[in-house]
Write a protein that binds this ligand. Structure first.
Ligand SMILES: [Fe+2]
Ligand SMILES: [Fe+2]
Length: 276
């Protein structure tokens, strides 16, 4: 896990996970150091993660005012309920559907919720944040964020990429990855995470890229990519290609068995004779 401070009033809490056969996927949460501090997403849900302690290296968790979930997938909600306890003033920014999805696992107190749809704004004291539906998404509750003070875009899963190494996934800047490798990994991820992109009208899909082109973000912060600055054209050209990219088909049972067969068998354990 890494912590990357940026000059955009943003700290990146940068974790990653290895996806067998695909690569190393960054898993990012963020802090916007606004007058009313905003935490965007809350990390992986595995037992070995302690998101609140990790956040404590960046700020006092008790000062968090907003927990904006870009969407309620489990790679982004790990520290949610612990942070709600640690930050008594904080409200969870999500959608009506987001509350419903979260409540299937554990009820979310409705007085701790702030419902916000794409196109709506949240005032966090020294700046306004807008909700934006990114072109690619894997949850109907997805809402990305535009910071109107810095021009940064938080794109949720859109623009993600499984990368070739753990070091690449923990880098502070995506330019650590070569442009051809980045494009291939992003197109792969688009097919993995948003397979519907192959079934939609390409012209209508491409029209959803225009608001980001018009916005011309100062930095694109994806939940699954190192920070991307000065690469808008490259990233938007990649999105343009996604309807025509090869669909992803995951490994099947035969592939799993072939993979398991390559594993070393465990050493036989000698059991001592049982005394009669
Ligand atoms: Fe997701
Ligand atoms: Fe995700």
């Amino acid at each position: 896990m890494q912590i990357h401070k940026t000059d955009q009033d943003v700290t990146v809490l940068n974790d990653m996970t290895e996806i067998p056969g695909l690569g190393f996927l960054p898993i990012n949460a963020f802090v916007i150091h606004a007058d009313q501090p905003v935490v965007i997403d809350t990390g992986l849900s595995t037992d070995d993660k302690d998101f609140v302690s990790w956040l404590g290296q960046v700020m006092d968790p008790a000062d968090v005012r907003w927990i904006w979930l870009t969407h309620p997938d489990r790679d982004h909600t790990g520290g949610l309920y612990d942070l709600l306890e640690a930050a008594p003033q904080a409200k969870v920014v999500t959608t009506f559907l987001g509350v419903g999805i979260l409540s299937c696992e554990r009820p979310l107190p409705m007085d701790r919720v702030y419902l916000l749809n794409p196109g709506q704004q949240l005032d966090v004291g020294d700046r306004k944040l807008s909700g934006l539906r990114p072109p690619l998404f894997d949850s109907p509750a997805t809402v990305g964020i535009v910071d109107h003070k810095t021009g940064a875009l938080f794109s949720s899963d859109c623009f993600g990429a499984p990368l070739a190494s753990g070091d690449a996934a923990l880098a502070s800047d995506v330019r650590a990855v070569g442009p051809d490798d980045l494009r291939a990994a992003q197109l792969l991820w688009a097919g993995v995470d948003s397979p519907w992109v192959h079934n939609v009208d390409p012209a209508k899909f491409r029209a959803t890229i225009d608001p980001i082109r018009d916005l011309d973000p100062s930095t694109i912060f994806s939940t699954h990519l190192p920070a991307a600055r000065g690469l808008n054209r490259t990233l938007l050209d990649m999105l343009h290609e996604t309807p025509d990219s090869p669909p992803f088909v995951g490994p099947d049972q035969a592939a799993l068995e072939a993979m398991l067969a390559t594993f070393e068998p465990p050493e036989p354990v000698e059991t001592p004779p049982v005394p009669a």
